[in-house]
Design a protein around this ligand. Structure first.
Ligand SMILES: Cc1cc2nc3c(=O)[nH]c(=O)nc-3n(C[C@H](O)[C@H](O)[C@H](O)COP(=O)(O)OP(=O)(O)OC[C@H]3O[C@@H](n4cnc5c(N)ncnc54)[C@H](O)[C@@H]3O)c2cc1C
Length: 414
């Protein structure tokens, strides 16, 4: 595949852009692969990429029932941070954040990583104590964060009203190298590299059944016919329970719709990411100028990619308290994704009761930021049967009561 570069852009400009090839090849399913990954979201594609890059395993197919990146990966608000409380979480999210720093160079694809800084507002005394505790934990974990004062918050984000009517800003947990990246580009960049390594990405190929024999995986049934494999990775986010049922085991996962919305584009007014977890809303400004706003999850399980209307109202009302200037903006569009939630709000990267089947799910409302680290760990687990980064995220933690509780620690996990 041709390298993307400034020189290539100039060369193509001179010949009316007639020389660009396909970013990934159009594949037909083979009869058998060493590894099949179900789900061409960020986590599935990153798993395939690191299987090839780190372990030389390239006889791999990635099966996607829709189009690649069309699940949560293309529907999120792109916040990247690693300021989690628990050690296993900080380790995997910081690994991911570190990989994001050089992902564009690694993939030769501009993922527009923008380490503009992320602040999580403390708007109650409880949050002040919680975030100060997280800042201390982060310094022990080697994650660069600090607890900053309301004055520093105002300097970093002048459009904020820090004397809010209900919840004044009492400080914030600030991660200067957190930020955002272009979500589609992350999927596209990984897909291009996977294709370059000879892997097959099969879109519009839904897995409808998992074939096992003697407690070991044999292959999958798909809408494009049966395909055999030695190892199977299930990386399907909100559909994890559905695939697990096909393979014959159960998961401690609930599927819920989470939604987001964007405003009309305006001139640059905010160059940091702000999360206001007490009033519940979070916001950044996209390169196009739209204010990208994240809302809440539905209060009941469902598989709709919309979300309930009252969340839009509640989220916008909450953010207007902190950003009064938002009241003058029109909202352009709204959408939802199906997120996969565990009870402790931590992911599952694990072997399963079926030999040769591995699962990566449970990233819930906050897995975009984890894509490179999760793919790295899942690939290691699938190739070697063990990964230090994934060790604590096994399914057995639910049997042993060894939870990695980020729900109480973070309040909200985007
Ligand atoms: C509105 C919203 C905002 C969010 N904001 C953030 C944020 O700011 N920061 C952050 O870190 N995270 C955020 N997230 C969470 C993040 O998007 C997800 O955790 C992450 O994208 C999950 O990636 P994935 O690859 O596991 O899943 P997905 O991208 O959903 O990919 C799974 C794929 O599996 C496919 N699939 C399902 N069933 C089958 C089948 N039977 N056969 C074949 N393919 C199948 C699906 O079509 C899908 O493409 C947000 C999510 C949403 C919905």
């Amino acid at each position: 595949m041709k390298r993307y570069s400034a020189f290539a852009v100039a060369r193509e400009a001179l010949r009316d852009h007639t020389g660009w090839g396909r970013a990934w090849h159009k594949a037909q399913p083979k009869k058998r692969y060493d590894v099949i990954i179900v789900g061409a979201g960020g986590h599935g594609l990153a798993t395939a990429y690191y299987l090839g890059k780190n372990f030389g395993i390239t006889n791999v197919a990635i099966l996607e029932k829709g189009w690649l990146g069309g699940g949560n990966t293309g529907r999120n608000t792109t916040i990247i941070r690693s300021n989690y409380l628990q050690d296993p979480s900080a380790a995997i999210y910081e690994k991911a954040r570190g990989l994001y720093e050089t992902l564009s160079q690694d993939l030769n694809y501009n993922v527009m990583f923008s380490p503009r800084g992320v602040m999580m507002l403390a708007q109650t005394e409880h949050e002040v104590r919680g975030y100060q505790r997280t800042a201390h934990a982060n310094s022990l974990q080697g994650v660069e964060t600090e607890f900053i004062s309301p004055k520093q918050v105002k300097e970093l984000c002048p459009i904020m009203n820090i004397d809010g009517p209900r919840y004044p800003v009492l400080g914030a947990l600030w991660q200067p190298r957190g930020g955002t990246a272009r979500h589609d580009a992350v999927a596209w960049g990984y897909a291009r590299k996977c294709s370059e390594m000879g892997m097959d990405i099969l879109q519009k190929c839904e897995v409808t059944g998992v074939r096992t024999e003697g407690g070991k995986v044999q292959g999958v049934e798909t809408t494009l016919g049966p395909i055999d494999c030695d190892k199977l990775g299930l990386v399907v986010a909100g559909h994890s329970s559905v695939l697990a049922e096909q393979a014959g085991f159960r998961l401690p996962i609930e599927s819920l719709a989470l939604q987001a919305l964007v405003s009309e584009p305006i001139k640059p007014c905010m160059d940091v990411v702000v999360m206001a977890n007490t009033v519940h809303g979070y916001m950044s400004q996209s390169d196009k100028g739209e204010m990208v706003i994240g809302g809440g999850t539905d209060g009941f399980n469902n598989y709709t990619q919309r979300g309930s209307f009252h969340h839009i109202e509640e989220t916008v009302r909450a953010l207007i308290e902190t950003f009064p200037m938002l009241s003058r903006l029109k909202m352009l569009r709204q959408w939802g994704g199906i997120v996969d939630m565990t009870g402790d709000r931590s992911p599952i990267i694990s072997s399963t009761p079926v030999g040769g089947i591995f699962i990566n799910c449970g990233w819930g409302t906050g897995g975009f930021k984890a894509i490179p680290g999760s793919g790295w760990a899942m690939a290691e687990l699938m190739a070697k049967g063990h990964s230090p980064l994934a060790e604590d995220f096994g399914l057995n933690r639910f049997v042993e009561g060894r939870f990695i509780d980020e729900s109480v620690a973070a309040g909200v996990a985007h």
